[in-house]
Design a protein. Structure first.
Length: 85
């Protein structure tokens, strides 16, 4: 039995899209747990499933930008404990 193969000239344009979405969701999920973005970007999962160019594109996505900005604002509003002198 011969299997039908669907070919589209636009397939290569969208090849990385779903993979980038999975990596984006992973980054957002880990950031919500309180991890730093720089640390998450070094995770084996992120490095295995994305190229440096894809990671750079991910950093410009609105969801990632807003999550990291909100995280840094929340971090700056946390009360700092003063160490006893």
């Amino acid at each position: 039995m011969e299997r039908a193969v669907w070919w589209t000239p636009f397939k290569s344009l969208f090849a990385g899209t779903s993979r980038e979405q999975y990596v984006e969701r992973y980054i957002l999920r880990e950031h919500e747990k309180g991890r730093a973005l720089a640390e998450i970007l070094e995770d084996p999962y992120v490095r295995a499933w994305s190229t440096p160019e894809e990671r750079a594109r991910l950093l410009s996505r609105p969801a990632i930008l807003s999550a990291t900005q909100m995280g840094s604002r929340a971090h700056s509003r946390e009360p700092r404990s003063s160490a006893p002198s």
